[in-house]
Every structure is written in C-alpha cells, then in structure tokens.
Design a binder for this molecule. Structure first.
Ligand SMILES: NC(=O)c1ccc[n+]([C@@H]2O[C@H](COP(=O)([O-])OP(=O)(O)OC[C@H]3O[C@@H](n4cnc5c(N)ncnc54)[C@H](O)[C@@H]3O)[C@@H](O)[C@H]2O)c1
Length: 438
C-alpha cells in the first residue's frame, strides 16, 4: 500500500484522504489551520459531508493523520496531492496564491528528503498552471521535474453533499502527466476503482475539469432561461426537460430549473475560463451568458414572491436553505446571498433557516435573523423562498404553512411533494418554471 500526503484539509483534501485511507493506503494530511489538523486527529471532520464522520471513525488514526509539518509529512510519504483552494480573484481570474505557497514549501520538503517524490495537483487550475506555476514553485528549491520529482494533474469531480460516494465511485479518473512515470505512479493508487481512466498531458487534464464544470453550468443556465419562457407561456419547464431528455443525446441531469448555481466550483470556474479567454483576446459569449443568467435567476425568484405579495417592504420573508445546495454546510456563492440582499433592498425583514449552514451564512450576511426550524422561520412570515433542496423542505405541509401571516411559497428548487395539499390549505404555491394559464 502507498504512503500518501494530502495538502489542504478542505472539502477535497479531507474526502480524498479518507477515501485513500479506506482503500488501505497510509495518508497524512497537511494544513496551515491548527483547528482543522486537531479536528482530523480527533477523528472529526471540520466540514459537514454525509458519511464522512463514519469514514473518519474507521480510518483515524490507524491510516489517516494530520499535521502542520510539511517536511515530516513528505518524509513519510512517496506521493503528494495538492488540494488547496483556488478561489476567484476580484476580476474573475484564478487566485493561485495558496497553490504557489504550497508548491514552494512542498519543493523544499522534497529537497530536504532527497528522494524521488510524485506531486499531483488535484486543485482545479487553469490550463498551463501545473507546468508553469506549480513546477516553478517546486523547482525553486533546486530540484528538477522528471528527475527529482514527478508531476501529474488529477482533477477532482466530487460534488459536495455526495462527496464520499462520488470519490468512492467516480465516473472516471483523469490523469495528466509530465511523463509516463508520473501518470503510472498516480494511477497505481486507484487500482481497484472500476471506472474508465483517461491518461493525457497536464494541460488537457486541467481543461477537462473546466470544460466539465462549464458544460454543467451551461445546462443549468439553459434550463433557467427556458423556465422563464415557460412561466410566461403557461408551460411547466420540468415537463419540457423530461421530454427532451428522452433523446439519448441529452441527459436529464443538471436540467432542473431553480435559483441558479452556486458553490465553490461552478461560478468561479466559469468565471476563470471567461477571464482566460479575455486574456487571450478570445470571445466567450456563451459562457458570459451562462453567468448572466445565473446572476439574474435568484432575483427572478424574488420578483415572483413580490408579485404575489404586492410589495415586500416591511414584510417578513423566510429563506429556507442557506447553503448553496442541500446536504452541505458550504455557503460559498450560495444563491441565498443575492436573494437575502435583494429582499433587504426591497425593504423586507429576512429570516433564515438551514439544518447545517446557518452559522456560516450568518458570518457572511449578519443582517438576517437565524432560527432553528422551519416552524420558527414560517411563523408570522409573509412569504418564503425555498433556496436549497434539503429533504425536510420536500415535506413542507399545510400544517407548516398554517403559521404564516401570508401563505406564499416560492419553491425555488421545485422540491415540495404535496403541492395540492398546500394549495388546498389556501397557500399560493409558485414553482420556478411552473407556468400556469390563468
Ligand atoms: N469543493 C468542491 O466541491 C470541489 C470539487 C472539485 C474540485 N474542487 C477544487 O479543489 C480545490 C480545493 O477545494 P476545497 O473546496 O477543498 O477548498 P477549501 O478552501 O475547502 O480547502 C482548502 C484547504 O487548503 C488549506 N491550505 C491553504 N494553503 C495551504 C498551504 N500552503 N499548506 C497547506 N494547506 C493549505 C486551507 O487551509 C484549506 O483547509 C479547489 O481548487 C477547488 O476548485 C473543489
């Protein structure tokens, strides 16, 4: 079994480390935040992800540990995965500062060890980043790529909310390499995972990740744009998408109209690709439009609520679901933020509920009253917007909405199961993309 180092204990690093440990490898993770290192060593995850706590219980400390000491971690391993964040810069580009810093300290650790080591970039990085910035950062320590260390790019496709399952059973493993040895030594870790492998060069591997996320984001914005047309002409966009998905060239997934896409990946990755195109004087009309639709979709949800309420000024409005989607505590680029901001702008009093993400959201948007249940959120509310698809919102019932001052429900994710029950209780139910001819 291999000895693996994982740099970065975020959503990707902790899940990657845990899955490798589950496969029997020995994993040490390095982070610069002591609380994350301590939590991992106590067998606890610093993020919410279904199934992760159980997994950590099984493999910490026997096969999975954390440390702040990069030199010691590299000395105890043969291959290192870089899983640090690559957020957006203010102009939509890629912030590579964490990657640059971690590449440099990793290079020094490999030099100190004095033995061949493979470096694998798992962070999402624009084409050309691994063979310039990362390679350069490592070589700054006086070591040479291909001789002292191998270099591979292995993009991650897990989805928050189902990350453990996705990492256990990926659709494919993509490995780009500086040379064949780097590819082979990375691929060896995945032996036993029964999915297609794509072996390629570093830049193609980097681009596969961006192309994948941009395509999925395009599907979502396509569904959202069509949903507004469908609403206007009295058609249910979900029925339309079910209809087109019967064509086997089109898959049904990611065609659900909603409040738009958020999270730490789609918005920043599409923005980064647009920014790359701009820097090369290339047109990015399609991807720019994908972002435009995504910007306006949450505001459309607020418009629907306002149309039903008359005005939002002075109204108490509940946002159900503050995370960027259900089953996660991640609020990065959550659509709840533009919704909350817009509600405030229109004079509403905003109350929010989320089973896991409330604290994170409050830290980002303090001007909100956070409550601990659907019941508290809806009590005396003049309307609500379902923003994230938590299971408990699927079961929204006549009893739940009975406590509202005005029973107006905007289902921004089209998840409510008993719509008839709500309507029979006198509630106004407005589903995104659900046109009605009246
Ligand atoms: N979150 C996802 O669903 C997802 C999915 C696929 C790919 N990705 C990509 O994976 C990368 C990581 O994403 P994430 O969501 O896990 O990020 P994250 O921000 O949750 O975690 C990054 C971690 O790296 C640590 N770190 C930063 N600099 C460091 C250094 N010099 N040494 C050691 N640790 C350091 C941070 O403290 C943090 O714990 C990003 O490029 C992202 O685009 C994310």
């Amino acid at each position: 079994m291999a000895r693996i180092c994982v740099v970065g204990l975020g959503y990707v690093g902790v899940v990657t480390g845990a899955i490798f440990a589950e496969m029997g490898h020995h994993v040490v993770a390095v982070d610069v935040i002591p609380e994350k290192v301590d939590a991992l060593n106590a067998g606890e995850s610093s993020i919410y992800e279904p199934g992760l706590d159980e997994l950590l219980k099984d493999c910490v400390p026997a096969r999975f540990n954390a440390s702040m000491d990069m030199v010691a971690a590299v000395a105890d391993s043969d291959i290192t995965f870089l899983c640090v964040g690559t957020p957006s810069t203010t102009d939509g580009g890629q912030d590579t500062s964490y990657l640059e810093a971690s590449s440099k300290s990793l290079g020094e650790a490999i030099a100190a060890k004095g033995e061949y080591h493979v470096v694998v970039v798992k962070s999402t990085v624009l084409p050309g980043t691994t063979d310039t910035l990362v390679k350069g950062g490592l070589e700054a320590a006086g070591i040479t790529c291909g001789e002292d260390f191998g270099l591979a790019m292995n993009p991650e496709f897990l989805r928050e909310g189902s990350a453990v399952q996705d990492a256990r059973e990926p659709d494919r493993v993509v490995i780009g390499g500086f040379d064949q040895r780097s590819i082979d030594e990375t691929a060896e870790l995945y032996v036993g995972i029964g999915c297609p492998f794509v072996e390629t060069d570093l830049r193609t591997a980097e681009m596969i990740k961006y192309a994948s996320n941009s395509f999925l984001a395009t599907k979502i914005s396509f569904a959202n744009e069509l949903s507004r047309l469908c609403e206007a002409v009295g058609i249910d966009v979900y029925e339309v998408m079910d209809g087109i998905a019967l064509d086997n060239r089109i898959k049904r997934s990611f065609l659900n109209a909603g409040m738009g896409f958020g999270g730490s990946c789609f918005p920043k990755d599409v923005r980064a690709l647009v920014s790359l195109a701009n820097s090369l004087n290339l047109d990015s009309a399609l991807l720019s439009a994908v972002l435009d639709v995504n910007r306006s979709q949450p505001l459309h949800g607020v418009d629907l609520l306002e149309a039903a309420n008359g005005t939002l000024a002075g109204k108490r409005i509940a946002i159900l679901g503050l995370a960027f989607k259900g089953n996660t505590d991640d609020v990065r680029e959550t659509r709840a933020l533009p919704v909350a901001e817009e509600l405030k702008k229109r004079g509403a009093v905003v109350v929010g509920y989320d089973p896991e993400a409330a604290e994170n959201f409050k830290a980002m948007f303090p001007d909100i009253e956070i409550v601990g249940s659907i019941h508290e959120a809806l009590t005396c509310a003049n309307g609500c917007i379902i923003q994230a698809e938590w299971d408990e919102f699927r079961e929204l019932s006549a009893d739940d909405v009975d406590v509202m001052a005005d029973k107006v429900v905007v289902d921004g994710r089209r998840i409510v199961e008993d719509v008839d029950g709500l309507e029979e209780s006198g509630a106004i139910y407005i589903g995104i993309g659900l046109g009605s001819i009246e």
